[in-house]
Design a binder for this molecule. Structure first.
Ligand code: ZN
Length: 242
């Protein structure tokens, strides 16, 4: 089918707009930062697990400190009771008194040991709390990055919707110029995932790669540059490059 120069221009504009529209829709379905967002979501989940572990460590130190306090209190109660007994001295032999003194000394030694281990637990608690706080800082960072990427993805999607609408609006003019027969073939090829129409640089369909026979190609070279053809393979509209 022979077309005019302005129809040729319209067809070329449609080829560009179709490719552009397809790229925009592809990006809409496959947001550029989606992978990054997915990584941040996984990282957030991992950190949540790290936090649970860090909380358990903090709690184990706190529990050990509390247990040591209870044991120290029990030892001190015994020391008090035995000190009262010793000071009272009623009915005690000197042997009993020596025994009581030794028992009190034993309890005091035990208190010192417990206090020492409690101090170690307190140092451990301090380290564990610092670790927990560091995990919380990382969670806050990942959450902030996640929100930032999520917002960017959302904004880009809104932008893409606008660009796709603009692209469709821009196609309306050229579409009204291209003869209906070519437009039908063009749209059918686009629906199959093709470019709609292609400009030929040589004896191959630029849409699907199908080879054009030597005689057919020779015929095209001899014909008007605005003569259109249809690819036998993919049915794209073909036009020789001017
Ligand atoms: Zn083809």
């Amino acid at each position: 089918m022979l077309i005019t120069d302005s129809q040729r221009t319209a067809l070329q504009t449609l080829i560009e707009l179709t490719a552009n529209g397809r790229a925009l829709r592809y990006e809409l379905d496959n947001p550029k930062r989606a992978e990054e967002l997915q990584e941040l979501i996984s990282r957030h989940k991992e950190l949540g697990e790290e936090r649970t572990a860090a909380v358990a460590v903090v709690e184990s130190h706190q529990q050990a400190i509390n247990e040591a306090s209870e044991l120290i209190d029990a030892q001190r109660t015994k020391i008090e009771k035995k000190t009262v007994e010793l000071n009272d001295g009623t009915g005690l032999t000197s042997r009993d008194m020596v025994n009581l003194q030794e028992e009190i000394a034993g309890h005091e030694t035990r208190v010192s040991e417990l206090e020492e281990s409690q101090l170690e637990e307190m140092e451990g608690l301090e380290g564990a709390e610092a670790e927990l706080s560091a995990v919380d800082d990382r969670i806050a960072e990942v959450t902030a990055s996640g929100k930032e990427v999520q917002t960017a993805v959302k904004e880009r999607k809104a932008e893409l919707h606008g660009l796709i609408a603009d692209n469709e609006t821009a196609a309306a003019g050229p579409r009204s110029e291209v003869p209906q027969q070519l437009l039908t073939a063009f749209d059918a090829n686009v629906r199959q995932g093709g470019p709609g129409a292609a400009l030929l640089n040589g004896p191959n369909c630029q849409a699907c790669g199908q080879e054009i026979g030597g005689a057919a190609w020779h015929g095209m070279l001899g014909a008007d540059v605005n003569e259109t053809y249809e690819c036998e393979e993919c049915e794209a509209v073909l036009l020789r490059r001017s």
